[in-house]
Design a protein around this ligand. Structure first.
Ligand code: COA
Length: 384
């Protein structure tokens, strides 16, 4: 049975900051941020937006009434959940008008959550042919104003519909993985912002990639020549570049040039959006599908979640995938955003809704939004 990604959708908040302006405001050489880190713009969410509203927004771009009828599983991968008990997935049931005959839950393992969701969905479809699974990655990446990690923030969501006979990416069901208890990145329950040992995290990430790539080649008796594309978890685009560079000299110059060209296509959206945490790898996939992919291409996907779990798996781009990707709408969503000044972004960053807040819907510029916090319960609405 062929199983994989049948549809893929994306949502990014409507505001962003320019990375060169951020560099200037922080007295940093802009080249450090645009070349050294590899970012151009950073998405900024409104206070009425969170992992729930963004998850609803990305899923809303791909789900039809027929898809909803066939859904049996809904998984949200996130590390910016709004509740320690109730899952982000449960909030989506009425926002997306989903039938109750669904198993819905949330997965957290830093940036690995969506991949855990995708592999779980694969198994679900194997056992329930004819059903569909919705896997959503939704996160707000926050390190704090004037921290070294500030340039690697971002926000957004990617939704993927997993089914039999997928039209976008068939998963090979070939994968290798690895878990180790590592202190490279963490966010205690009391904190809105993450703590990171950024350079250490880079080392572990590259080490995981190298180990898993060796393991994959041995397990499946393949080489880089069996693939034309490698996609990476890209919290910021320089990070994937570092993993890719480990292949230089170990593969032919032509293969390395091809992988590098394709990688450049896969990072275009991330450069313009920033860090989606667990959605980052899948934003890379979407960017590649829009900007460079060819039907029949074999690709490898490297997923990494600090703490740390890594997985390397493979898939094949399906004929006719272009017909399923709404390229014009995706590009329009990125183009239609408005730029905030750095001081506007800093002010927005400080706003945190407390119990008793009622959001003025007239000031909301999003289809799904947090409407109220009542008795410490977050209540959501869909704009008419
Ligand atoms: N022009 C071009 N490049 C420049 C430069 C300039 N003027 N100044 C510095 N650089 C380069 C550095 O050489 C370095 O490149 P390298 O990583 O290839 O060596 C890069 O810019 C970053 O510089 P560095 O001094 O290491 O930056 P930093 O101390 O501010 O830290 C991070 C950068 C990424 C470690 C920090 O932003 C961070 O901790 N981010 C969060 C970590 C994270 O996202 N983890 C994800 C876990 S999955």
């Amino acid at each position: 049975m062929k199983i994989g990604i049948d549809k893929i959708g994306f949502y990014v908040p409507k505001d962003y900051i320019d990375i060169v302006e951020l560099a200037k405001a922080r007295n940093v050489d802009p080249d450090k941020f645009t070349i050294g880190i590899g970012q151009d713009k950073q998405a900024v969410p409104q206070p009425y937006q969170d992992a729930v509203t963004m998850a609803a927004s990305s899923a809303d771009t791909i789900l039809t009434a027929a898809d909803k009828k066939d859904l049996g599983l809904l998984i949200v991968g996130t590390e910016s959940s709004v509740d320690e008990s109730k899952s982000t997935a449960a909030f989506l049931m009425d926002l997306l008008d989903l039938p109750e005959d669904i198993r819905a839950f949330e997965i957290k393992q830093a940036c690995f959550g969506a991949t855990a969701g995708l592999q779980t969905a694969y198994d679900f479809i194997s056992n329930n042919p004819g059903k569909k699974a919705l896997v959503i990655a939704s996160d707000i990446a926050r390190y704090g104003i004037k921290t070294p990690g500030e340039v690697t923030q971002g926000a957004g969501s990617v939704a993927m519909l997993i089914s039999q006979d997928p039209r976008v990416l068939k998963l090979d069901h070939k994968s290798v993985y690895k878990t180790r208890n590592v202190g490279d990145f963490w966010r205690p329950t009391f904190s809105k912002t993450a703590f990171a040992r950024g350079k250490f995290s880079n080392e572990i990430y590259v080490d995981f990639f190298k180990t898993l790539w060796e393991k994959y080649q041995t397990k499946y008796d393949v080489t880089a020549n069996d693939f034309s594309t490698m996609l990476f978890h890209i919290p910021y685009t320089k990070m994937g570049t570092k993993a890719l560079r480990t292949l230089e000299g170990t593969v032919s110059d032509e293969k390395y040039a091809e992988l590098t060209d394709h990688y450049q296509e896969s990072i275009k959206f991330s450069r313009a959006v920033g860090n989606l945490y667990t959605g980052s790898l899948y934003l890379g996939l979407l960017s590649y599908l829009v900007n460079g992919a060819q039907a029949g291409e074999k690709m490898l996907l490297f997923s990494y979640g600090s703490g740390a779990v890594g997985e390397l798996y493979s898939g094949e781009i399906q004929p006719g995938f272009e017909d399923v990707i709404d390229k014009a709408s995706l590009l329009k969503m990125l183009d239609d955003r408005q730029k905030l000044s750095i001081s506007e972004y800093e002010k927005l960053y400080q706003i945190e809704y407390q119990d008793g807040t009622i959001v003025d819907s007239a000031k909301v510029d999003a289809k799904f939004y947090l409407s109220e916090i009542k008795e410490n319960e977050r209540l959501y609405k869909k704009s008419k």
